[in-house]
Structures are given as structure tokens and as C-alpha cells.
Design a protein around this ligand. Structure first.
Ligand code: PLP
Length: 394
């Protein structure tokens, strides 16, 4: 048998051949939304820092105060010696924000989905999953002993039909609210109604909606007029809130059950207090600063309109994500390289993150971009378009 290293190199070679090789690139923040990439100063179009809070001094200061008081880590799981007043306060604030009775912190959104879904649905139940769901939802579903059914993206009628296959157990609909790659909003009003019509449970991952859409920035369910209209909600703090970590919100009984049964909660070190304090500071700003949310949505709308005008294919979006479609992974990679040469850092998103033939550049619009920065972004895309299609208008 050949050594493992030969197998590994062969697998990497196959990925590279298909333009699917992933690699890490050093991206050092320079301030003002800029990053240093390969020796070039670029505007960062690829982060999920929609409100521009990740580098906000208020979050940094909150983290510093918590670090001085509680240290860098609690060095134990929440159930052992890891529950501080910071964790409890964040959970209360998060639950109140999204209109739930209670909430429980997890160390990341990935861990929250992996831990929560198998608690919600078990043997005999049916997990009804949107076809475009995030990998963390897919993997949480895989860890559950429930049966699975996929429905076409955002198709509430198909979800309703799938729920009828639940046989004896309960059907659980699993969906994102604002979709992480396509940037559109799931039909949460209709899906929430299925809780009554089909006795289905509903789990909504609000990772890309919180802090961006809905009254008080409280997310997609609120934006659809069904605040509290899910059985459980996931919120993450590493995106619009500019911090790190996650919370699952729902009834008190769910919180207590997760404390007992969610393995990624029970068997993992608690979220560090500095991260918790930063999340609290980010949450307060995301909730209270309506101008910032408006600015993020305006920036996204302006970029969508400008790119369409320049001849790019840009689907509609509900939040701050702008999805620029190219189809082939090789084309998306080429455009990313050209944009970097123009001082714009944007990463090509390729299969298996998105379906075959839908490779794209995904822009996370940011509230803090100035008018001049927005103009520079559109100018860069226009120049790239002219370079690859000299006959194109614009
Ligand atoms: C980013 C993301 C997660 C994971 O959250 P982390 O805190 O980054 O682990 C979960 N769900 C969706 C839809 C996401 O986009």
C-alpha cells in the first residue's frame, strides 16, 4: 500500500484540476475596512461584518473589561465551572431581542447546529430541510437519528408536502432566514404557519439576518411579521454583531433540555467571557442603531443596482449579501484575481459550498463604507468587465 501522503497529494491534485482547491490566504486588517493581502492593500468585500462592528472600539473595550475581570477563558464547560454572569446576561438579552422565553450560548454557530438539531428531532421524526441549507445545518441533520427529506430552496408548498411524510413522528422544518450564499429570505411566514397546519416544528438559523433586517434588527422572522413564530432560533455573534459565538433561543423547557442533551454544549469549553462581553456590546448596537442597519442595506442595494447596470448577473437579496453569479468555478476564480489587482478583496465561492454551475463572488456589504468606497467598488467591477469583455457596455 502506498503511504498516506501519496493519497493526500493525489486528492489535492484532483481538487486543483477542477478549480476546487481551497487554501488559506493571509488577510491582515489595516483599519477602515481595508486588509493587506499578498502585499496589496484591498477593501475587504468578503467579510460578514455587515454593521462594521468587528473593529469597533466599544466591542474591544467590553472584551478587555471582561478579560480583566474573568480572564481569557473559564477553562471548563458551562456545566462544570463555566457559567459566568456575562453568559447569563447575554442569554437574557438575546432571548428578549428575538422574542423568546430563554436562550443558551454555544461556542459557535456550527457547534450550536450540530448540538441542537439532534435534540429537536430523534428516531421516528422527520427532518425537512431546505435544499440550500448551510453545511452546519446539514451536518446537524446527519447527526440526528431522524429521517430526512429535502425540499427545493424556499419552496414552502414543497416543505408542506414533505411534512406529510412524517408518519407517526413529528416533522421539523429546518431553514435559514436570510440565505448565507444566495442572500434571499426564506418564506418564514408560510413556514411558520405550517406549525399549526401540519403540526410541524420550525428551526430557523438567523445567522445572516440578525442585526440586518426586521424591526430592531431582530431578524427574518420579525421581518416577516412572525416574531416568536419558530420553536427554536439560532443567532450567531460572529457576523453582523462583530464578535464570536452563538445562541439558541426558544422556550425555557428547550433551554433546559439542551443543557442536558446537546453534546456540543455539554462536552465543550464555555464561550470565553471576553467573547461574550463583545457579543453583548455588539447586540446592543445592532438592536439600537437603526441608522447602521439602514446603511448596510443601502450599501447592498446600491452595489446590486450598480453591478446589474454594468452587466453582471446579480439576483435579488433581502439583506446585506450581494451574490454575483459566474457559473464556472474557473471564471469566478479569475474574476476574484482581477478584482484583487484592482484593490478589491473578494473570494470565489465554489462547489460544494454552492451547487455545481453557480460559482460566484459573494460580497458582504458594510454599513461603514463611504460613498467614495462604494464608487470605487463599482468602478473596479466595471474595469474588470471591460477587460474580459471589451465589447460589453459600461
Ligand atoms: C456562519 C454560519 C453558521 C456558523 O456560525 P459560526 O458561529 O461561524 O460557527 C451557521 N449557520 C449559517 C447559516 C452560517 O452562515
Amino acid at each position: 500500500m502506498r503511504p498516506p501522503g501519496d493519497d493526500w497529494r493525489e486528492r489535492l491534485r484532483v481538487r486543483e484540476e477542477r478549480s476546487l482547491l481551497r487554501f488559506l490566504r493571509r488577510v491582515d486588517p489595516e483599519g477602515d475596512g481595508r486588509v493587506l493581502v499578498e502585499g496589496r492593500s484591498c477593501l475587504n468585500l468578503s467579510s460578514n461584518d455587515y454593521l462594521g462592528l468587528a473593529a469597533d472600539p466599544r466591542l474591544g473595550e467590553a472584551a478587555a473589561v471582561a478579560a480583566r475581570r474573568h480572564g481569557a477563558s473559564v477553562a471548563s464547560s458551562r456545566l462544570v465551572a463555566g457559567t459566568t454572569s456575562e453568559h447569563e446576561a447575554l442569554e437574557v438579552e438575546f432571548a428578549a431581542w428575538v422574542g423568546a422565553e430563554a436562550a443558551l450560548c454555544f461556542s459557535s454557530g456550527m457547534l450550536a447546529n450540530l448540538g441542537t438539531i439532534p435534540v429537536l428531532a430523534g428516531e421516528g421524526d422527520l427532518l425537512v430541510s431546505d435544499g440550500m441549507n448551510h453545511a452546519s445545518l446539514i451536518d446537524g441533520i446527519r447527526l440526528s437519528k431522524a429521517r430526512r427529506a429535502l425540499y427545493p430552496h424556499a419552496d414552502a408548498d414543497a416543505a408542506a408536502a414533505a411534512c406529510r411524510g412524517a408518519a407517526g413522528g413529528r416533522a421539523w422544518i429546518v431553514t435559514e432566514s436570510v440565505y448565507s450564499m444566495d442572500g434571499d429570505l426564506a418564506p418564514l411566514g408560510r413556514l411558520s404557519a405550517l406549525r399549526r397546519e401540519a403540526s410541524a416544528g420550525l428551526y430557523v438559523d438567523e445567522a445572516h439576518a440578525l442585526g440586518v433586517i426586521g424591526p430592531d434588527g431582530a431578524g427574518g422572522l420579525c421581518a416577516c411579521g412572525v416574531r416568536g413564530g419558530a420553536d427554536a432560533i439560532l443567532g450567531t455573534f460572529g457576523k453582523a454583531l462583530g464578535a464570536f459565538g452563538a445562541c439558541v433561543a426558544g422556550p425555557k423547557s428547550l433551554r433546559e433540555l439542551l443543557v442536558n442533551e446537546a453534546r456540543t454544549f455539554v462536552y465543550s469549553t464555555a464561550l470565553p467571557p471576553p467573547a461574550v462581553a463583545a457579543a453583548r456590546a455588539g447586540l446592543a448596537i445592532a438592536r439600537d442603531d437603526a441608522g447602521r442597519r439602514r446603511a448596510a442595506l443601502d450599501a447592498a442595494a446600491r452595489i446590486r443596482a450598480g453591478l446589474r447596470d454594468a452587466g453582471y448577473e446579480v439576483p435579488d437579496g433581502a439583506g446585506a449579501i450581494v451574490d454575483v453569479r459566474f457559473g464556472g468555478a474557473d471564471v469566478a476564480l479569475d474574476r476574484a484575481v482581477r478584482l484583487r489587482e484592482e484593490g478589491m478583496y473578494v473570494v470565489a465561492i465554489r462547489p460544494p459550498t454552492v451547487p455545481e454551475g453557480t460559482s460566484r463572488l459573494r460580497i458582504g456589504a458594510r454599513a461603514t463604507w463611504t460613498g467614495a468606497q462604494l464608487t470605487a467598488i463599482l468602478d473596479a467591477f466595471r474595469r474588470v468587465r471591460r477587460a474580459v469583455r471589451p465589447d460589453a457596455r459600461a
